[in-house]
Design a protein around this ligand. Sequence first.
Ligand SMILES: [Zn+2]
Ligand SMILES: [Zn+2]
Length: 170
Amino acid sequence: MAYGCREAVSYSKKQEHEKWCPFVPCSCPIAYCNFEGSLEQLRRHFNDKHKKSAKGFIYNRPVSITLGVDEKFLILREETDGSLFILSNKVETLGNVITLSQIGPFMEIRSSYELTVKDEVDRRCTLRLQSLMRSTPKWVDSPASVGFLLVPSQFSCNSRQLKFILRFPS
Ligand SMILES: [Zn+2]
Ligand SMILES: [Zn+2]
């Protein structure tokens, strides 16, 4: 395997190895882009090529996120270290299923996060997911996530928008 891994792995053990290898190739989350590289290379690539496709934020400040009810995902980028995150949204019968995951080798250190959503009509009503960040080197339709937030349809019935606050407690 490339990008710094010195382990000699037979093809049959490749999948097993990729579960813990810190050098597993990470893919660019932009749909039309085929870039693949180490996590460092991906962060640099994203910064050079697609910075505007992501919502920037900083770890120790709460992040306000607005997502259209039908918007499938949003890419988030931490501005000091270039970490990339995907907030994904699936429309289900009861409402929207929201997951958050980080792009990186599976064994990246997992940090905790807190995702809150408010009912647009009844503002006293709030839902919160407190969870651990899971990382995945290739973002697919159903990203790896520890738990999810199910936002009832009533939360977005007027505005057709979901409003979140994301926090990374230090
Ligand atoms: Zn390896
Ligand atoms: Zn790219």
